[in-house]
Write a protein that binds this ligand. Sequence first.
Ligand code: 601
Length: 339
Amino acid sequence: DQGEVSATPQLFDVEYLAPVQIGTPPQTLNLNFDTGSSDLWVFSSETPQQSRGGQKIFEIEKSSSAQRLANNTWAISYGDGSRSSGNVYLDVVSVGGVNVFNQAVESATSVSSSFISDAASSGLLGLAFDKLNTVKPSKQKTFITNALESLELGVFTANLKKSEPGNYNFGFIDETEFTGPLNYVDVDSSDGFWAFQATGYSVEGASGNGTGSPVVPIAHNAIADTGTTLLLLPAGINQAYYRQVKGAKEDPQAGGWTVPCKADLPDLTLHIGSYKAVIPGELILFAPIDTDDIKTAKTCFGGMQSSAGMPFAIYGDVFFKAQFTVFDVENGKLAFAPK
Ligand SMILES: CN(C)c1ccc(C(=O)NN)cc1
């Protein structure tokens, strides 16, 4: 079996939502596919009215195939401090035609403010390793683990785009979505994340001769996380990069590095083993922070920020807009290619 779903960016590409069918008859909800977590949770008929902000909800009582997983609950918190929790049901879940029966569908009875105010997202679909699932006392499997036996190829791929829909594929690799060979890297899933080692970086134009600065070997442990918006890298890489941008500054008031919205940003190359992942400068220009009108805004938030204080760097959506990525579940590998 195999399937494909659109991944539609929300305002300023802050997150990407994909349609998921849950229950019988199928109820379609738009969920945030998150390779940085392992719970599939939804706003539901059990979510208090006061905790809803317009999201489409999973109406449990309308699904003839929903079954309560008795005496089990879940509670998750994310890197940005947001969190949610609730009860657990088993039901049929389909993504792009790939069906999983008896998938744990986690119903939210409590959600934090940033989820309440995110009207377009009905929840998250976790695609990290089962070890991170929060259901207690019986830890549950992710959609991809449950789907694996029915998939043609034990993989899923991410093809996100700037300001337009991209897609996630399950069970196959679409060679038209990238150029050149796939570059495979080892994954350390022992902490439940799609973790890998990056070996350094270089900044185009830094040396002035156009071929880019020499590779600066700031090796760092990183995770591939589609649920994080930006590219969070060691502070030294941020300093070396933004130093090349006239008007860039690290502004604690803004929460990090800002650049003039009209800045001509250099490309950033991330060295992963022998692979050079080029992040075009325009992807490192993120949302305006002084107005909501990017045409008149003067100051923009940088698409790369510091991972200082975090156990690893986080390659978020900014990275996936530049690089086609294969999450090879079968072999525990990641693969990258330019698009
Ligand atoms: C508040 N929202 C929508 C979030 C969604 C996802 C995450 C995250 O860290 N995923 N890896 C954090 C917050």
